[in-house]
Structure formats: structure tokens, C-alpha cells
Design a protein around this ligand. Structure first.
Ligand SMILES: *Cc1c(COP(=O)(O)O)cnc(C)c1O
Length: 365
């Protein structure tokens, strides 16, 4: 790649003054499903929107530049991007994934395993011996998610990717929690980087989307082929709206991270906190209250009980019954997801107001 542009410039400049029809500053919405051919032989650049769409292309180009990828695809959800990463594997492939991965990722891999489409090993990727044993089985794909969700455990991507590459595995990192502003997995040796753009990248809580980006152009082409074949691509409208949401990504992440740091410091020596998880980066904080979560959550007036993360509005959730309910109790116990664990996604409200709200929760619990 040539000279690297800063993320703020990438998102402010994406698709600007690129309208070939009327010269509009911001990108128009190309909602059309299909495009006119001049003659039967000359295929236009844009022919059918499941395959190619200008709004999707602008968004994919911006995401690829943010991640340092050769290219990739934008999908209609984060789960569609996960599915795509699994679809490109030969049938019966072995997948190694974190034992505390996102609940939807766990459910998808388990479902495909039950169907006989693939085999899976879930492992604590912070445990050197356990990870080495899993890699010795020669997986086709190693899935990395760091910081993990909901316990925000951090793994060394460069080390884990190098060990996976040594046995010929494809390595994919779910970078939803840190965004490309804080972590660039392709530079650390991964082949693929995945996002749920539903979260911080859009940041406004009003659409579903995903992305899967590849370091290698041939792999990027394969992703495009399968996305078209399986119909996984994001709509023009969602792509247009997501690019709009991303304009302010650097501002939002800076502010959310500063607030999360303050809240984490306050929680770290709060008498009501039994255990506390914060990776010193990003906008997520998880904690165990050692008390009645229902009373805690009912007492909140500002923070909403909802599963999602990364947006402007601060959300709290109880992973054991919400985001990770697809994970059986034994698997939850093994991953350390206890019934009194709460996960906070810090938004753009005044941090003092968020702290006051949490204090109401502790008082009630
Ligand atoms: C939300 C999420 C997903 C799934 O994305 P959807 O957009 O909800 O389909 C995958 N991984 C992580 C870490 C997530 O937070």
C-alpha cells in the first residue's frame, strides 16, 4: 500500500465528491436493484445490486483502508460475515475458536458442527498449553476475538496468528470491540478481519451490518464470489447509512473510551464490585456485583438494559441470559460467564451522570 492516511481522514473523505452523475458532495443512494446495459455484449461496471453496488463499494473501500486490507465485502449482519468466513472452508474442516467468543459465533459454529459441515474445538486462547494442543490438530481456520466478549480477555494476536499460520491455518480476527482505530489484526498476521458494523462502526443503533476483509487480493475475490453466490451483501440503504455513521467514528471512540476509563477507575475500588474486567482500551467494562442483578438493573434510570454495544447510548446487559443465552450453562461456567456478571457499553452521555446511575444500581443491589 502507498502512504497510510489517518482514520479521521479516511472516514471524512470516503465517497466525497465521487458522484459521476450530478457531482453531489455526499454520496447519493443507489437503491436500484438493476442497471441498464448499452448493448448485450458490454457488461456495465454495475449490473445487478446483489453482486455490485456503488454504496457498498464505497463503504468496503473505506473499511479496507481502515484495516489495511486488499479488499473485502460488507454483509447484511455481523453473523453473515461470520457465516461467510465458514462458507469458504472445505466441508469437514476443523475450526479453533475461543471458548468465550461472541454467543452468536458460538451458536453458528456449534450448529454447523451438529450438521456435520465442520468440526470445532473451543479453547481458552489465553492458555498457552491449551492453545498449542488445539493448533496441533491442524485446524483449517483459527478464530480470534480479542478483547473477548463479555469478559474482555486479551490475547496476543501476533503470537496466536503466527502459531496458526505455522500449521497452515487461515486466521480470522473479530475486531468489533476495538474497531480498526485501536487494533489492526491484518498487520499482526491475520488473513481476515471481521466486524459487526452494527456496533461502533455505525454507532447510531439503527441498522444491521457486517464486514469481512482480507489481506490478500485473491482471498478478497473469493469473499466477493461467495457473498454474491449466497446473497449475503448489505443493502444499498444500510451501506449508505453506515458510511454516514462512520464519519464520526474517531470522535465517538475517543470520547467513549475516555468515559469508560473514568467509569472503570470508579468501579475498580467500589465496594459493591466482586470482580471487574477492563482491558485498558475501548469502551467496554464488565463486572460482577456479587448481589441481586435484577434489583441493580431495575434501579437504573439512564442506562438501558439491552444487548448490543459500541453505540452512542450506554447499554448494560446480563450476558448469561442475554447475549450468551445460546451457550449452555456448562460452557458458560467454563468460560467464566457467571449469573452476576454485567457488561457495560459506554456511550456518549456525561460520565458523571452514568456513574450516578450505576450508584443507584449498587444501592439497590
Ligand atoms: C454483535 C457481534 C457479532 C454479531 O454481529 P450482528 O451484527 O449482531 O450479526 C459478532 N461479534 C461480536 C463481537 C459482536 O459484538
Amino acid at each position: 500500500m502507498s502512504e497510510r492516511r489517518s482514520p479521521a481522514t479516511i472516514v471524512a473523505n470516503a465517497g466525497i465528491a465521487a458522484d459521476p452523475g450530478r457531482g453531489s458532495l455526499t454520496p447519493p443512494l443507489w437503491a436500484s436493484d438493476t442497471y441498464r446495459w448499452d448493448d448485450t455484449e458490454t457488461k456495465p461496471d454495475y449490473d445487478y445490486s446483489r453482486t455490485v453496488n456503488p454504496n457498498r463499494d464505497m463503504l468496503a473501500a473505506a473499511l479496507a483502508e481502515l484495516e489495511g486490507a486488499a479488499g473485502g465485502v460488507v454483509t447484511n449482519s455481523g453473523q453473515a460475515a461470520n457465516l461467510l468466513a465458514l462458507l469458504i472452508l472445505p466441508t469437514g474442516s476443523l475450526v479453533v475458536a475461543p471458548h468465550d467468543c461472541y454467543g452468536g459465533t458460538y451458536r453458528l459454529i456449534k450448529g454447523m458442527e451438529a450438521q456435520g459441515t465442520l468440526r470445532a474445538i473451543f479453547v481458552d486462547q489465553t492458555d498457552d498449553a491449551a492453545y498449542a494442543a488445539a493448533i496441533a490438530e491442524k485446524p483449517a481456520l483459527v478464530w480470534i476475538e480479542t478483547p473477548s466478549n463479555p469478559l474482555l480477555r486479551v490475547v496476543d494476536i501476533a503470537d496466536r496468528a503466527a502459531k496458526a499460520k505455522a500449521v497452515g491455518a487461515l486466521v480470522c480476527a473479530d475486531n468489533t470491540l476495538l474497531t480498526p482505530l485501536r487494533q489492526r489484526p491484518l498487520e499482526l498476521g491475520c488473513d481476515l478481519v471481521m466486524h459487526s458494523t452494527t456496533k461502533a462502526l455505525n454507532g447510531h443503533g439503527d441498522l444491521f451490518g457486517g464486514a469481512l476483509l482480507a489481506r490478500d487480493p485473491t482471498l478478497a475475490e473469493k469473499l466477493q464470489w461467495w457473498t454474491n453466490a449466497a446473497g449475503l451483501a448489505a443493502s444499498a440503504m444500510d451501506s449508505w447509512q453506515l458510511l454516514r455513521g462512520m464519519r464520526t467514528l474517531p470522535l465517538r471512540v475517543d470520547r467513549q473510551e475516555t468515559s469508560a476509563k473514568r467509569i472503570a477507575e470508579w468501579l475498580s475500588d467500589h465496594a459493591g464490585v466482586r470482580e471487574f474486567y477492563y482491558p485498558d482500551i475501548g469502551f467496554m467494562v464488565s463486572f460482577r456485583i456479587g448481589g441481586d442483578t435484577d434489583a441493580f438493573l431495575k434501579a437504573l434510570g439512564l442506562i438501558t438494559l439491552a444487548s448490543s454495544l459500541g453505540g452512542f447510548s450506554t447499554l448494560i446487559c446480563k450476558p448469561s441470559t442475554m447475549t450468551h443465552r445460546g451457550m449452555p450453562p456448562e460452557a458458560q461456567a467454563e468460560a467464566g460467564i457467571h449469573g452476576d456478571l454485567l457488561r457495560l457499553s459506554v456511550g456518549l452521555e456525561e460520565p458523571d451522570d452514568l456513574i450516578a446511575d450505576l450508584e443507584r444500581g449498587f444501592a439497590a443491589a
